[in-house]
Design a binder for this molecule. Structure first.
Ligand code: ADP
Ligand code: MG
Length: 319
């Protein structure tokens, strides 16, 4: 048995057994059964050491986050997670690293009922690619293009925590454990995404920051929006960083939040409040959709924040 066969063994039975997996890891292909009446939602993301995570990051956290970003994409469509595939490129057969990576990946797989059904293992610079597959009832996926004037704009959780953690790590400063977890182990908002089917008119997950990601909803929907910055959900550390500097880029453009941003027609606000009562994290109304185009940011002072002038393009390219 080669060293890489040993590694493959770690991934031969990962995640909960599912009756729709006719054949999982071990043959040339997996064989999967898509239930009648469901569309398949598919997304893939690559994580390269050095650009997407620090090479010395806890491998269990790398395993968690590599799957979490895919689950966040499924959540943003309102999909139910089902299957994953995993392409691992490793510089050497470091079994300790692989075992811990698998532990993080498996724990999140069990939490969301998603089964690893195949993958690839090769030698090269450390990189992880995860594809996720989910089900969504035909016609019920929540796309970016459905926002209409008058809809309310909501976000889940808090914004800018991961950005603040990353800023501190780049500065060589100490990072509060709570902030580090928000960067390295984001919790994908899967139950919220599923619950918003039939309620939200448009949705996106926040991977690049609210300014850019809400912009994608506006562009796809052909509408504009106003956001009240005083209503952004910020934890105390991010709020004081913003207050000290007057710089809103942490909550608006630092990325890696993995919260959901979604639009709610006024007629669905009561349904949203019932859903919010079942969640362990807050949902905050931050603004509204309006006819036309453009995104107006109202500062707490009553002034308008000019994003062009403050220039968010000094932020690192996150491709
Ligand atoms: P093939 O050469 O036919 O593509 P491989 O030798 O690459 O097959 O893989 C053998 C089996 O192990 C396949 O079922 C494949 O999906 C699975 N596999 C390989 N690497 C991984 C991995 N990192 N995670 C999950 N399954 C994997
Ligand atoms: Mg083959």
């Amino acid at each position: 048995m080669s060293e890489f066969d040993l590694i493959r063994r770690h991934f031969s039975a990962l995640g909960p057994a599912r009756s729709d997996v006719l054949l999982g890891v071990g043959d040339d292909c997996a064989l999967l059964d898509l239930p009648a009446g469901q569309s398949l939602a598919v997304s893939i993301d690559t994580f390269a050491a050095g650009s997407h995570f620090f090479p010395d990051c806890d491998p269990a956290h790398v395993g968690h986050k590599a799957l979490a970003v895919g689950l966040s994409d499924l959540a943003a469509m309102g999909a139910d997670p089902a299957w994953s595939t995993l392409a691992l490129t490793l510089p050497s057969a470091d079994e300790d690293w692989v075992r811990a990576f698998g532990r993080g990946f498996a724990a999140l797989s069990h939490a969301h009922g998603i089964r690893l059904v195949g993958g690839d293992t090769t030698r090269g610079p450390l990189s992880v690619t995860v594809q996720v597959h989910g089900f969504v009832p035909a016609g019920e996926a929540i796309r970016r293009g459905g926002a209409r004037p008058g809809d309310l704009i909501f976000v889940s959780g808090t914004l800018g925590d991961a950005g603040l953690a990353l800023r501190r790590m780049r500065d060589g400063a100490a990072v509060e454990p709570e902030l580090r977890m928000r960067l390295e182990c984001p919790e994908p908002r899967v139950a919220l995404g599923q619950g918003l089917r039939g309620i939200a008119s448009a949705m996106i997950d926040l991977s690049d920051g609210l300014a850019g990601d809400l912009g994608h909803i506006l562009q796809a929907s052909g509408v504009g929006a106003e956001v009240d910055l005083a209503r952004l959900p910020l934890n105390a550390m991010v709020a004081s960083a913003v207050a000290d500097s007057g710089d809103w880029s942490l909550p608006l453009a630092s990325g890696d939040d993995y919260e959901l941003c979604f639009c709610i027609p006024p007629a669905h606000v009561d349904a949203l409040h019932r859903l919010a009562g079942r969640l362990e994290y807050p949902l905050s109304a931050i603004g509204s959709i309006r006819a036309g185009s453009g995104l107006l940011w109202h500062l707490p002072s009553g002034d308008i924040l000019d994003i062009q002038r403050t220039g968010f393009d000094h932020f690192p390219d996150r491709s």
